[in-house]
Design a protein around this ligand. Sequence first.
Ligand code: F0G
Length: 425
Amino acid sequence: MTSPAARAASTAREWLACVACGATYDVDEVRYACACGGLLSVERPPGWAARLGPALFDARLASRADVDRSGVWRFREAVRDLPAEALATHPEGATRLYSRPALSDWAGIERLLFKHEGENPTGSFKDRGMAVGITQALRVGARAVACASTGNTSASLAAYAAQVGRPAFVFLPAGKVAMGKVAQTLAYGARGLAVRGDFDAALRLVTESCLRLGIYLLNSVNPFRIEGQKTIVWELLQDLHWEAPDWIAVPAGNLGNTSAFGKALREAHEGGWIARVPRLLAVQATGANPFFRSFADGFRRRHRVRPETVATAIRIGDPVSYERARAAIETTRGVVAEVSDDEILEAKRRIDGTGLGCEPASAASLAGARRLRAEGVIGPGERVVCVLTGHLLKDPDPARSAERALVEVDADPAAVEAALAPWLR
Ligand code: F0G
């Protein structure tokens, strides 16, 4: 590389590198793709990860400072290496890991755990990437921020933009975003456009609009979002005392998370934070399964579909992080699965029924793990962590239409007795 940016990168602690051609750019250059069209990734000098690691991150668990309590900035040198005052934080992350014997029995996976990312401040994992994305937006002096979204990214963007006092614009596929997410996004003060088209069309539109209008784009094409989302994996490894599980299962839509998980595992392994790399299981809905189709094809072809699924969060037909996610699957000996809407809703009912609760898309991780166990791909005795990506209240429609509808009664004990009688037998 001979460009000035490339020379600067050779002495920098962080820079942007194209995942397709390897060209490098200054870390603070505002760009979302390489000149060749490839996606960008934040990179660091060889051996960096081995200079950090569990001892440093574990020590911070005892601290009360916001940047240490944040499950993102606890790993800050490996996420975005800036002084603590420069970091935007809610704080976020620090979500819990759960076991539920009823779900282990149902899935046939004895050693099954759930990392509940719905416990983030705005109710989804997006807050982890957004903390880093907004930090970078401030650093480059962005006057406004924007994203396309199936609802969770927009809610997260709106909250973080409100926190730092920047206007936020969200592009939503018209009529296809769960009401809880729309209400939340607007309540935080974002301005919204309902785009006639699906998420993929909204993403193309916001990307072009950001370039035209000088607005900072915070979809997961933005490499800083990926850096933040790596910490889902690092935090769950930390929760497990850095004993890697056999599998990590995650719902897959635009493939930002799948990409982030692959990068997180590669870096943790290179740094010696874990002794072996878990296998990734990326799960799509049958009606929105382009990545599954490519996997089934041995990645010979990049598929695109017209998406349709009850899991609106992952109703995506042309995932933008395809290449990065493909690398994540290949380097982790991963698997891509598809599950039907019925399987997703059944898994959601089971998760809700243990008191954990999640939104429909999140339940795809459990539905996929159950299916792979039934097929023998996940072996008996293997340890599996399913990531629950969003909170139950994000998308309450399936819960409302469930069989347990409210029974209206007069304010009278006899009416209560009559109403409860069938359930108390
Ligand atoms: N689960 C939930 C709850 C999501 O909101 C999303 C994506 C995913 C899984 C899939 O993650 O795109 O990284 O593969 N939601 C985006 C949004 C598209 O706009 O909120 P992915």
